[in-house]
Design a protein around this ligand. Structure first.
Ligand SMILES: [Zn+2]
Length: 289
């Protein structure tokens, strides 16, 4: 596996980018770079970030993303894949009348709220040219085509709920319910706010962010973001189902953008999604340990 960290670095700090890295201008103020996390340049970037934050009291980079490239053999041998949804849209279900029960949420990190009504959403172009999309609140909608695909291939572990578009029950859009077989993250998974920042809570900045708990002492929410590949604990269920969610969540509770579970699927489900040209999911290998 080759892991690249893609970062949008502020142009005013471009003198700190190693000469070997060729960046591309993004607008007037940012330079996008890609750095191999196993290269010495990665350590230079880490040092530059530390210097800008600690000495200059400034921000070194804004956007970031990891790109992981696998060999054919690694893909062939994988037992599990992490799935992510490429397209996010607004408004979220809560803004359109979807009801949540918050009576059992964790008193520290507020994770654990439950959707207790059908998903209500608005008309939009979010499913144009794709079969899956997610609201910014991690409510996932799929086209009927995906529901039929799951039935046709008897994929195990997925369930779907009704979706109202406005007041009308949709016959083409369904909700992919985030429930089913749960997998535990292993300690090898690395969580943090952003690359090089492994904060477990917010200790500065304005309210309401200051004081937010990212790593809950109760173990239900593990961090703001998953920074490494996913590592999950082995269990018999991995061979029995095609779709899984992480038992623990990541993220933070902010009313609309809340904690979310990570999605996983079997190698068979990934292969069938690719073969049947189901559009809108991205995959990475999830390590079973
Ligand atoms: Zn908690």
């Amino acid at each position: 596996m080759k892991e690249l960290l893609i970062m949008d670095i502020r142009k005013k700090h471009s003198n700190l980018i190693p000469n070997e890295i060729q960046g591309t201008l993004r607008g007037d103020c940012l330079i996008r770079i890609e750095v191999d996390t196993s290269s010495p340049m990665y350590e230079e970037i880490q040092r530059a970030n530390h210097y800008v934050r600690k000495e200059l009291k400034d921000v070194f980079f804004f956007g970031w993303n990891y790109k992981r490239i696998y060999t054919e053999e690694e893909l062939r041998n994988a037992r599990l894949f992490k799935m992510s949804v490429r397209k996010y849209f607004e408004p979220c279900g809560r803004d359109c009348g979807t009801v949540y029960d918050t009576s059992h949420v964790c008193e520290i990190c507020k994770s654990g709220e439950r959707q207790v009504s059908p998903l209500y959403t608005r008309k939009g172009s979010y499913l144009n040219n794709r079969d899956v999309a997610s609201t910014i609140s991690y409510e996932i909608v799929v086209r009927k085509r995906f529901v039929e695909f799951v039935k046709d291939y008897s994929l195990q572990g997925l369930s779907f709920g009704p979706v109202y578009v406005g007041k009308r029950l949709s016959s083409d859009i369904f909700q992919l319910m985030i429930q089913g077989c749960e997998l535990d993250f292993s300690e090898r998974s690395v969580f943090g706010v952003r690359p090089f920042d492994y904060s477990e809570r917010c200790t500065s900045g304005p309210k309401p962010f200051n004081g937010e708990v990212y790593k809950c002492p109760k173990g239900d929410n593990l961090g703001f973001n998953l920074l490494s590949e996913a590592f999950v604990k082995d269990c018999d269920d991995i061979e029995k189902y095609d779709f899984f969610i992480s038992r623990q969540t990541i993220g933070v509770y902010r009313g609309l953008i809340n904690q979310r579970h990570i999605l996983f699927c079997s190698p068979r489900m990934r292969r069938l999604i690719l073969e049947n040209k189901i559009r809108g999911f991205d995959f990475e290998i999830a390590n079973v340990v």
